[in-house]
Design a protein around this ligand. Structure first.
Ligand SMILES: [Zn+2]
Length: 93
């Protein structure tokens, strides 16, 4: 059982992107990217799997081009190495 950092409150909308990826639209305006992640940075021997819900930089890098279905630009890249695109509410790499 992985540690799950997904918030349990304040979630206004969940969008399942497929491939175990989910977007969470929070009531405070944040948009979180939920995915199976690794703690730490590449090469760190202490890394272990978690379920992360990292905030996108909406307005500071990421733009929600379309709200429903969801399209976000540019691509999403996590420190764990997960990289892909959200287009029409689907995750593609
Ligand atoms: Zn990650």
């Amino acid at each position: 059982m992985f540690a799950d950092l997904t918030p349990t409150t304040g979630v206004e909308r969940r969008v399942d992107l497929g491939d175990d990826k989910t977007l969470l639209f929070m009531d405070d305006g944040r948009v979180l990217f939920r995915h199976h992640c690794l703690t730490g940075r590449a090469g760190d021997p202490e890394r272990h799997p978690i379920i992360n819900a990292a905030a996108l930089r909406i307005g500071g890098g990421h733009t929600i081009v379309s709200d429903d279905p969801v399209t976000i630009t540019p691509s999403i890249l996590c420190e764990c190495g997960v990289h892909g695109y959200v287009t029409d509410s689907r995750w593609t790499t």
